[in-house]
Write a protein that binds this ligand. Structure first.
Ligand code: F6P
Length: 550
């Protein structure tokens, strides 16, 4: 089905069958699903590269899976995937190809787009990045005073910040050359002030990362950082202390960074899909080009899995279908991602941009309103911290919140447990296992009564269960595994976008706020107040602000 309007999808036999089936399974409890099909805990699993994914704790049976994959075929998912991967301009509102997958193709691959092999471009830039970061790491590239660079500060926001920030934190064990990376993103000046406060300009290199090189936060912070460098080291120091990552060489030059010190990427890399591009430069400076290559290879492993595996065993497809199942048939609004890894504490924030900027859309590719729910609200915190904060609502609240648990067999750090038996990492993983089990199976009134719980407390202590989760496990949080996780969620986001027939690759909804902020900035600082006609609420708040600021 090549849907021009999505109501074609919701009227399709595949949808109707799924809807009828939903009424059969919606009331089934996971206890019953396991009782009637005990093998599901072994069978409803899939591997993708090093990732082992258990999706048995979902409110589905084996029929559901067939109907969901039928739906995926009805929307032509495989063809839509292939069109993206070969470089068709699937980002139709910006008339761009979507080729973040090309960033991780091996050097001997070829991908010809508009009669041009983009893989050659990718590896040309990767080689330049490798050469540059080698020089930083070895001390051959020095600051203006001749001192070694010890801190790299990435200035960027959104996709030019969240990816490298999350990856640097997740791979802190792979930093091996004494380079520390810090990040400045917010236009709130406290971000820059707090980040630079204990740094020495002589040993600090700034990477100004911006796809467009027009983003006000980044240009404002980069200008302030430039003042910080030139104030301490003089105007000539800029060339030794600033490099840029962008698609926009003209703007980089205009800002005063030599395009020779610019690392390029291309308009076919969306900001939120760009961590494998030169946007990863600061990460490469910390972990080196070989570990960065493993990170890219990990992404490529899952790209191949996504491309080559039949839908029924295709991990991102299954995750996307399950997400769509809950948001469209159970009315689930949000999805929690709970990494049992402190080093992945920025992963939920990273996924928020990836998923919500991609699929927070209300119109289809042809501009008609969508007929399905789109864009779940993604959120989360690492376990076990979240257990002591919001899990109460996951367990006993009135909302259905599908959960993704992430965990690792091998720790990145470990210490003995309190009694010397087992380790702290075992405690961490046992909590992951306990939480998914309790969410799924709960505790009934009868079980509580059998345990001697007083009648008056039983309703308060009943754990309803039947709360679905996916568990994604990997041997260890390595560069490759992290790349695999990122690609898994990139492609699951794509799958949900295809099911809703939306453009997952534009972000028009963020533009108006940017324009109005520029207009209102003038109102805040100019004596006459607002120069544009505004509503009375805005006018009053501007007046209040100015009365305090003077
Ligand atoms: O405002 C949203 C956005 O355009 C994101 O899509 C992007 O990742 C971010 O801003 C930063 O953009 P740039 O890399 O061009 O500075």
């Amino acid at each position: 089905m090549t849907t021009s309007t999505q109501s074609v999808l919701t009227r399709s036999p595949e949808w109707q069958k799924l809807q009828a089936h939903h009424t059969d399974v919606a009331e089934l409890h996971l206890r019953e699903l396991f009782a009637t099909d005990p093998e599901r805990g072994r069978d409803l699993t899939v591997t993708a590269g090093d990732l082992y994914i258990d999706y048995s704790l979902h409110r589905i049976d084996r029929t559901t899976l067939g109907l969901l994959t039928d739906l995926a075929r009805a929307v032509d998912l495989e063809h839509r995937r292939d069109r993206m991967l070969r470089g068709d301009r699937v980002n139709t509102t910006e008339n761009r190809a979507v080729l973040h997958t090309a960033l991780r193709l091996p050097a001997d691959a070829t991908l010809t787009v508009d009669a041009h092999n983009v893989v050659a471009d990718v590896h040309r830039v990767l080689d330049r990045m490798g050469d540059f970061t080698d020089r930083i790491r070895s001390g051959h590239w020095r600051g203006a005073t001749g001192e070694r660079i010890t801190t790299v500060v990435n200035i960027g926001i959104g996709g030019s910040d969240l990816g490298p920030r999350m990856v640097y934190r997740a791979l802190r064990h792979y930093t091996d050359a004494g380079i520390t990376v810090r990040f400045i993103s917010n236009v709130d000046p406290t971000d820059l002030v707090a980040t630079l406060t204990d740094l020495d300009p002589a040993t600090t290199l700034f990477v100004v990362s911006s796809k467009t090189f027009t983003t006000i936060e980044t240009l404002t912070n980069a200008t302030a950082a430039r003042r910080w460098i030139t104030g301490a080291l003089g105007e000539d120091a800029v060339a030794r202390h600033f490099v840029a990552v962008s698609t926009n060489a003209a703007k980089v030059a205009e800002f005063g960074i030599d395009p020779g010190n610019m690392f390029e990427f291309w308009d076919w890399v969306g900001g939120r899909y760009s961590v494998g591009s030169a946007i990863g430069l600061s990460v490469m400076a910390a972990i080196g080009k070989d570990a960065f290559a493993q990170f890219l290879a990990g992404m490529h492993t899952v790209d191949r899995h996504f491309t080559e595996t039949q839908l029924e065993a295709n991990a991102p497809v299954l995750l996307g279908l399950l997400g769509f199942w809950y948001s469209n048939f159970f009315g689930a609004e949000t999805r929690a991602v709970l990494p049992y890894s402190n080093d992945l504490d920025r992963f939920p924030a990273y996924l928020q941009q990836l998923t919500m900027e991609s699929n927070g859309k209300a119109v289809q590719l042809n501009g008609a309103p969508v007929a399905t729910a789109t864009g779940s609200i993604w959120w989360g915190e690492p376990g076990t911290n979240g257990q002591h904060a919001f899990y109460q609502l996951l367990h006993q609240g009135t909302r259905l919140i599908p959960v993704d648990f992430l965990g690792f067999a091998e720790p990145t750090d470990d210490l003995p447990a309190i009694d010397g038996r087992g380790s702290m990492h075992d405690i961490l993983v046992s909590n992951l296992l306990a939480q998914r089990r309790v969410l799924a199976f709960g505790r009934t009134a009868d079980e509580l009564a059998a345990d001697g719980v007083p009648d008056s407390l039983i309703p308060h202590k009943v754990m309803p269960g039947n709360r679905p989760s996916t568990t994604v496990l990997a041997p260890k949080l390595t560069p490759s595994v992290l790349g695999q996780l990122i690609a898994l969620y990139e492609h699951q986001t794509f799958v949900e976008g295809v099911l809703s027939n939306i453009n997952s690759f534009d972000q028009w909804g963020v533009e108006l706020g940017k324009t109005q902020a520029v207009e209102l900035q003038a109102a805040l600082s100019e004596a006459e107040g607002t120069t544009q006609p505004v509503d009375t609420s805005t006018e009053t708040v501007v007046g209040w602000y100015r009365s305090i600021r003077g």
